[in-house]
Design a protein around this ligand. Structure first.
Ligand SMILES: Cc1cc2nc3c(=O)[nH]c(=O)nc-3n(C[C@H](O)[C@H](O)[C@H](O)COP(=O)(O)OP(=O)(O)OC[C@H]3O[C@@H](n4cnc5c(N)ncnc54)[C@H](O)[C@@H]3O)c2cc1C
Length: 474
């Protein structure tokens, strides 16, 4: 039998029993409890699997992978199942390996500024463990209550603090993984400097479970800020927002940790669909910036007020509100975090998570808007995102009054046109959500042949049988 045919064939009852034997009854998910593991957040896909197992230790993971490797059985690793591109969903013969029982905080070292955790610890738990040690683990995303450290590592998650602290890739010092052979690689180093060859952990960061199973990680911690200032400002256009970001960084000495852009349409949708929300400013503005500044030293508010006065004098902002307290800050952030829900309530949107160089963002938005208007006159574009990272969630909604799913027949054409514009700016068609199943064909079309053959060579070297998460990414 060819490797492909063997991977697609359902594993025999005997092999499945061997795997069940590793985890015992506690580690096997019964068929009637499988739905939450096989349905993803946007309900775009419904998966299938012959077996869901939930190992409780690194050794159990290694034994399961070794059985799969000996028998050519495919595996899909799953963390919190919050991925948005179908990477964590098995589609037939793959054994689903849920990591949620690997949930120990292994070590916190305030002197090293490191936190060592199992892969199944949720992002919120990792943040909490850091906070208990009076440190900050700065990765912050909307799904942090459910997504796991192994998942954010495997997708190289971004979120709202990338501007100041970087992506997950910048926040991992060491890694432990079970390789597709079943061997355990212990790379749990707490080193800030290690130039002894290839940085192997980087292969697993953003690897989407295609090169092995991440079982543990050493994460970077930072001083815990004590002062926070949240600003909600109305701006003329994205170009003013980009210039405002540059001024903010210079005027505050780089204290902006988040700098989010949202269009008036986003705010309108939130105000229409999300209960108990209100516009923080008196009059409407075409675009808004939600910025957060943080510091461990006193005097932050005065610094931000001076920056805002200068921005107002330069005509970069039309109006602004400073949160007076934590409750008000939370209410500003709620507007931002509710955008996805408000868009979903309004209609069936086509979602695009794209990035360009920050300075190119205003021109990208203009060109993409014009391209979409040509294909779908009247379509509404509630664009929002992390402007400091050049990352915009460029969603497209049907024209007002049209049917919810009016754009479905031309969704693919719209997507390809947006990706063409992204290519003109040498941007990325997936800024933070990854490739998974959803964008596999797109990267095959849009990455250079040199890049694709390097990726395939790495995959072949580490996973010659292709058992790790087949049908995803490559
Ligand atoms: C409400 C909401 C808001 C979000 N906001 C953001 C955001 O701001 N920024 C952002 O980047 N993403 C965001 N996401 C996407 C998602 O939360 C991230 O992709 C997250 O990192 C996925 O983590 P997870 O544990 O849920 O992984 P899963 O969804 O379970 O898996 C994702 C991928 O990682 C692989 N994987 C998971 N665990 C392991 C492991 N231990 N070893 C090897 N492979 C593994 C899976 O096979 C799959 O390919 C959001 C999602 C939701 C639902």
């Amino acid at each position: 039998m060819s490797i492909d045919a063997r991977l697609r064939a359902l594993p025999s009852a005997e092999i499945l029993d061997q795997i069940r034997g590793v985890v015992g009854p506690k580690g096997v998910v019964a068929a009637d409890a499988a739905v939450p593991y096989l349905t993803e957040w946007r309900r775009r896909w419904r998966g299938e699997t012959p077996l869901i197992v939930v190992p409780a230790s690194v050794e159990e993971v290694a034994r399961i992978v070794a059985i799969c490797a000996s028998n050519g059985v495919a595996i899909t690793p799953q963390g919190g199942n919050t991925g948005l591109v179908g990477g964590q969903i098995p589609f037939g013969s793959e054994v689903l390996l849920s990591m949620k029982r690997l949930n120990r905080i292994r070590d916190v070292s305030p002197l090293d500024n490191t936190l060592t955790v199992d892969a199944g610890v949720t992002l919120a738990e990792a943040q909490g463990a850091a906070r208990d040690a009076k440190r900050l683990f700065p990765l912050s995303i909307g799904s942090e209550g459910s997504c796991q450290i192994g998942g954010v590592i495997s997708t190289n998650a971004g979120g709202v603090n990338v501007l100041r602290y970087g992506n997950t890739r910048d926040l991992v010092l060491g890694l432990e993984a079970v390789l597709p052979s079943g061997e355990i690689w212990n790379g749990l180093k707490r080193l800030r400097k290690d130039n002894t060859g290839y940085d192997l952990k980087q292969l697993f960061i953003g690897g989407e479970g295609t090169l092995g199973v991440v079982t543990g990680a050493v994460l970077k911690l930072f001083p815990l800020p004590t002062e926070f200032v949240t600003v909600f400002a109305g701006v003329r256009d994205p170009s003013a927002a980009v210039t405002l970001l540059s001024l903010a960084q210079t005027a505050t000495g780089g204290l902006a940790s988040s700098f989010e852009l949202l269009s008036r349409l986003c705010l309108d949708l939130v105000l229409a669909h999300i209960p108990s929300t209100r516009d923080p400013l008196d009059a409407p503005h075409p675009w808004y910036v939600l910025a957060e500044f943080s510091s461990g030293a006193a005097g932050l508010r005065e610094t931000v007020e001076t920056f805002l006065a200068s921005a107002l004098a330069k005509g970069l902002i039309e109006d602004a509100a400073l949160a007076e307290n934590q409750t008000q800050s939370k209410s500003f952030w709620r507007l931002r975090h509710s955008i996805a829900e408000a868009i979903a309530a309004e209609g069936a949107a086509a979602h695009h998570d794209v990035s360009v160089a920050t300075a190119d963002l205003p021109r990208f938005l203009m060109k993409a808007d014009a391209a979409v208007a040509k294909l779908a006159p009247g379509a509404r574009i509630p664009a929002f995102g992390h402007i400091g990272d050049g990352n915009v969630h460029y969603d497209v909604l049907p024209p007002k009054g049209a049917q919810r799913d009016a754009l479905s027949p031309i969704e693919e054409a719209i997507e390809q046109r947006i990706y063409d514009v992204i290519a003109e700016f040498q941007g990325s068609i997936s800024a933070e959500h990854g490739v998974g199943r959803q964008r596999k064909d797109d990267i095959a079309k849009r990455k250079s042949s040199v890049e694709l053959s390097m990726m395939r060579a790495i995959k072949k070297a580490l996973d010659p049988q292709g058992i790790m998460n087949p049908g995803k990414m490559l």
